[in-house]
Design a binder for this molecule. Structure first.
Ligand SMILES: CC(C)(COP(=O)(O)OP(=O)(O)OC[C@H]1O[C@@H](n2cnc3c(N)ncnc32)[C@H](O)[C@@H]1OP(=O)(O)O)[C@@H](O)C(=O)NCCC(=O)NCCS
Length: 157
C-alpha cells in the first residue's frame, strides 16, 4: 500500500470529519464543532495520510506546555493493517519530540481491542482506567516516554 504523509490543510476538513464518523461509533465520533476546536487547539498539529490522491487517515496531536497528547488517530477500514497508523503516529511523535516533548498521553476505550493492541505495539502503557470517559464506556489512560531527536538511535547515522 502506497501512501504519503502531509500537513493538514483547511480544505481537508470535510473529509477528515467523514473519516472520523466512519472510524468511531456515533457516540464517540466528533461533531464538526469538536473536530474544528481540536484542530485549533493551542499546540495542535494534524498530519494526514493520502493514498491514490485521497485522504485515508489522519492523526491530531497537541503539545500542552511540553506534554504531548494524541487527540485522535483515524485510518479508514480498507487501509488498516498496512502500516498507515504506525506511519502517522511515528511522524506525530517525531514532531512532538522535536518540540521538546518527552511524554505523550492519550485515552482509548477499553473495549477497542485493535486500538489497545496498536498502542501497546507502539510502547504505550496503561496508567489506569478512566470510568465513563466516553458515554457508557471506560477508557485506558495511556502514556509513553519518547526520546529527543539526539537520543533516538533511528535518527543517528
Ligand atoms: C488503531 C488504528 C489507527 C490502527 O491503524 P492501522 O493503520 O491499522 O495500524 P498499523 O497497520 O500501523 O498497525 C500496527 C500494529 O498495531 C497492531 N494492530 C493494529 N490493528 C490491530 C488489530 N485489529 N488487531 C490486533 N492488532 C492490531 C498490530 O500489532 C499492527 O502490526 P501488524 O499489522 O504488523 O500486526 C486503526 O485501527 C483505526 O483507525 N481504528 C479506528 C479508530 C481508532 O480506534 N483509533 C484509536 C483510538 S484513539
Amino acid at each position: 500500500m502506497k501512501f504519503t504523509l502531509r500537513e493538514y490543510k483547511p480544505g481537508d476538513f470535510g473529509t477528515l470529519y467523514e473519516i472520523d464518523q466512519a472510524c468511531y461509533p456515533a457516540d464517540i465520533a466528533y461533531s464538526k464543532r469538536d473536530l474544528r476546536a481540536y484542530l485549533r487547539f493551542s499546540g495542535a498539529e494534524c498530519v494526514v495520510a493520502e493514498a491514490s490522491d485521497a485522504l485515508a487517515g489522519f492523526c491530531i496531536s497537541a503539545n500542552q506546555n511540553g506534554r504531548g497528547y494524541i487527540v485522535t488517530i483515524d485510518v479508514l477500514e480498507q487501509f488498516r493493517r498496512t502500516g498507515m497508523g504506525s506511519a502517522l503516529l511515528r511522524e506525530v511523535e517525531r514532531r512532538l519530540a522535536a518540540n521538546g516533548v518527552r511524554e505523550v498521553r492519550l485515552e482509548t476505550a477499553t473495549d477497542n481491542d485493535s486500538a489497545v493492541a496498536f498502542w501497546q505495539k507502539h510502547g504505550y502503557r496503561s496508567l489506569g482506567i478512566r470510568k465513563d470517559y466516553y458515554p457508557g464506556r471506560d477508557a485506558f489512560a495511556m502514556s509513553k516516554t519518547i526520546l529527543s531527536p539526539a537520543e533516538n538511535p533511528e535518527k543517528l547515522g
